[in-house]
Design a protein around this ligand. Structure first.
Ligand SMILES: NC(=O)C1=CN([C@@H]2O[C@H](COP(=O)(O)OP(=O)(O)OC[C@H]3O[C@@H](n4cnc5c(N)ncnc54)[C@H](O)[C@@H]3O)[C@@H](O)[C@H]2O)C=CC1
Ligand SMILES: O=C(CO)COP(=O)(O)O
Length: 337
């Protein structure tokens, strides 16, 4: 099966997924709002700022013009940071109406919108033409771009309320190193994907402070417990949190130097300020904004999320990390389940 696919967002994840789709035999256009990046991708087949030492397929074409990128596309994959999804989707809507095409919509972003607390599929549903909403599918799971770039084994899930749409995404992405499952629990997959970044900031900070494996395993396990509680309050399937988008992504993000969230936490643990960390990363650290959204959302819904609350206090209220850890440890003893 070969299709024309437009990938929107040429950071580490968008560009590597675009390359994978190209390798799978599709005609892929990669859109970036940065003309310099487009020039580098088309002339040198590199994207040095985001993926050092990787050479992209010569048949992958980058565009800074959204209309050119979307022309003829039967599938559109959004991979911009969460904060950019609404504005990019609004622009896409205008172009699709002009082109009179009705592509399937996929996204691979992991976050929650500030202020509205919307998941990415909800933002897309509000912004794209109404008849495309049903097709929205989320691609998520433990998947660092750096490993996919090496064609290392990666398993993810494609979640949609439309089983045919999820199956289509599975077929588009599957290959010998990239295996895709389907899932109907969009809510659970998106909540797990967004909130694991908060926990990765935490495990990174533990690492930076010199804590060991026990502490990190504890944070990931209890972190997943509170993420599941928030998910349950929205009607998510509890099984989703034991799957690729849940425990899988917490492990990969919460233990890896490839994770920007983990690295950011590590630097915080070593004493850098949040602003210093953001300024030096040069790539999106989704967990910072998601911590605020999740903290406010948990309060609004009356869901107990002590770890998220502690990380919020460190990031947004200047609380000392060691004091935050000590306060968590000294909470009243309770039953695990
Ligand atoms: N890097 C990875 O391994 C993975 C990333 N993700 C998710 O994918 C999403 C994108 O992440 P990355 O590609 O890693 O980010 P990145 O920081 O590497 O790149 C982001 C890209 O979006 C573009 N961008 C930023 N603001 C924009 C705007 N207002 N309008 C249009 N484009 C804009 C940037 O120019 C850049 O090309 C995030 O939600 C992330 O959580 C998901 C799985 C794996
Ligand atoms: O979501 C990811 C891996 O599954 C990437 O995590 P980071 O954004 O922390 O790099």
């Amino acid at each position: 099966m070969s299709e024309k696919i437009a990938v929107l967002g040429a950071g580490s994840w968008g560009s590597i997924l675009a390359n994978l789709l190209d390798e799978n035999g599709n005609e892929v256009s990669l859109w970036s709002y940065n003309p310099k990046q487009v020039k580098e991708l088309n002339e040198k087949h590199t994207n040095t700022h985001y993926m050092k030492d990787f050479t992209y397929s010569e048949t992958l074409i980058a565009y800074s013009d959204l209309k050119q990128a979307l022309t003829g596309a039967t599938t559109v994959l959004f991979v911009v940071p969460t904060k950019a999804v609404r504005s990019v989707a609004g622009d896409v809507k205008k172009v699709l109406e002009e082109l009179q095409t009705k592509p399937q919509i996929i996204h691979a972003s992991k976050g929650i919108e500030q202020g509205t607390y919307k998941r990415v599929s909800e933002i897309l549903a509000e912004e794209i033409p109404a008849e495309l909403r049903k097709s929205i599918t989320v691609l998520s799971g433990p998947s660092h771009a750096e490993d996919v770039a090496k064609r290392d084994i990666t398993l993810v899930t494609a979640a949609s309320t439309d089983a045919d749409a999820a199956k289509h995404v599975q077929q588009l992405f599957m290959n010998r190193y990239f295996r895709v499952y389907t899932n109907s629990d969009v809510i659970g997959v998106e909540i797990a994907a967004a909130l694991k970044n908060i926990i990765a900031l935490g495990t990174g900070a533990l690492n930076g402070l010199g804590y060991g494996d026990n502490a990190k395993a504890a944070l990931m396990t209890r972190g997943l417990a509170e993420i599941s509680r928030l998910g349950a309050s929205f009607g998510a399937n509890p099984q989703t949190f034991t799957g690729l988008a849940g425990v899988g992504d917490i492990i990969v993000t919460g233990t890896s130097e490839n994770s920007r969230n983990y690295r950011a936490g590590d630097e915080l643990g070593k004493g850098q300020s949040l602003q210093e960390v953001i300024d030096t990363m040069g790539m999106v650290i989704e967990g910072v904004a998601t911590t605020k959204a999740a903290y406010e959302l948990a309060k609004q819904r009356g869901v107990e999320m002590p770890i998220t609350g502690a990380i919020y206090q460190v990031l947004y209220e200047g609380k000392d990390i060691r004091t935050a850890i000590s306060d968590l440890m000294m909470r009243e003893g309770r039953s695990e389940f």
